[in-house]
Ligand binder design. Structure first.
Ligand SMILES: [Mg+2]
Length: 265
C-alpha cells in the first residue's frame, strides 16, 4: 500500500444538499484499480456508512461518528476498534443539565425519523440509520453563544466536548477524527503509506492535520479549518464531490508519476 486516503462524507465526497456521490464514482473506480484504500471518516453512524459502502460495492475499513470507532467490515465477525464512550452512558446527564439551566437545544435523541429527514434532507431509510447513534449526539444550539461557552465548560467536566460539523454541533467524548487514523497508522509500522485526508468543516481539522497531504474542500465553513502539520495543502475551488475529484485527480497523477515518495520520508 503506497497511498491511504481518508475522506469526510457530507460536503466532501457527498454533495452537501443531495448526498450524491456520483460525480466521484469514476475516480473511486480508479482508486480501486490501483489498490488504493479509501477510508470513509465521517460523523455518520456505522450503519449509515455500511449502507453507503454496500451501494458502492466497497468493504474497506471506515471510521464512524467523528472518530468514535474504526470498523473492519471485511474481517471475520466485523471487527471494530472503539475510541468513544457509549452515548447511553452520558446522554441522560446532558439532558439533566439542559433542564437545570433551561438551555434551548435539541438533538437526534429528541427528534423522530421524520424530523431528522426534514432537517437533513436524508431519505426515510437513511434518517432511520442516522438515528442509530452509539457514541455521539448531533444537536442544533438555539441559545446564545455565551450559554454555549458555559455548556462547553460543563461538558469538559464530564470529559465530553462539542465539535462543529457541516450541519450540527456534535456532543462526544474527547476523541476526534485523527485518533483512529493514528491507531491505524501504528498497524502499518513497517511500510507507512503516504496519507491523504479530504474534509470541508472544522470537525475535519484534526484528520487533515494528521495527514501528509490535506485537501480542504470548499464549503461555507472551510475557511474556519486551521491547519498546521500537513506537508502539502490543496484548497479546492469547487465544493463537494466536484472539488473532491479535482484534488484527487491531481494526487493520483503524482501517484502514477511516482512523485509521492517525497512525502512523509
Ligand atoms: Mg463534512
Amino acid at each position: 500500500m503506497t497511498l491511504l486516503v481518508y475522506t469526510d462524507l457530507d460536503g466532501s465526497l457527498m454533495e452537501h444538499d443531495t448526498y450524491s456521490i456520483s460525480p466521484a464514482e469514476p475516480l473511486l473506480a480508479q482508486l480501486r484499480l490501483r489498490g488504493i484504500m479509501l477510508v470513509m471518516n465521517s460523523s455518520k453512524t456505522a450503519v449509515e456508512i455500511e449502507f453507503i459502502q454496500q451501494r458502492l460495492g466497497l468493504s474497506s475499513p471506515f471510521v464512524c461518528e467523528n472518530g468514535a470507532a474504526l470498523h473492519f467490515p471485511d474481517q471475520e465477525e466485523s471487527r471494530k476498534q472503539v475510541f468513544g464512550r457509549p452515548r447511553s452512558a452520558w446522554l441522560p446527564e446532558i439532558h439533566a443539565l439542559r433542564r437545570k439551566h433551561k438551555w434551548s437545544f435539541q438533538g437526534f435523541a429528541d427528534w423522530s425519523e421524520h424530523e431528522i429527514s426534514e432537517l437533513t434532507g436524508l431519505g426515510a431509510v437513511e434518517a432511520r440509520l442516522a438515528r442509530q447513534r452509539e457514541f455521539s449526539e448531533p444537536i442544533l444550539w438555539a441559545a446564545t453563544n455565551k450559554d454555549r461557552k458555559l455548556f462547553e465548560s460543563q461538558l469538559a467536566q464530564l470529559d465530553l466536548k462539542l465539535i462543529e460539523g457541516g450541519r450540527f454541533f456534535s456532543i462526544q467524548g474527547s476523541y476526534d477524527k485523527s485518533v483512529p487514523m493514528r491507531w491505524f497508522e501504528r498497524q502499518h509500522a513497517q511500510r507507512k503509506p503516504v496519507t491523504v485526508a479530504l474534509g470541508d468543516s472544522p470537525n475535519d481539522s484534526a484528520m487533515l492535520n494528521a495527514a501528509q497531504i490535506a485537501v480542504v474542500i470548499k464549503s461555507a465553513k472551510s475557511s474556519r479549518i486551521s491547519l498546521q502539520g500537513p506537508e502539502k495543502i490543496i484548497h479546492t475551488s469547487q465544493p463537494g464531490p466536484a472539488g473532491w475529484v479535482q484534488a484527487m485527480t491531481e494526487i493520483l497523477a503524482w501517484h502514477d508519476a511516482g512523485k509521492l515518495s517525497t512525502f512523509g520520508s
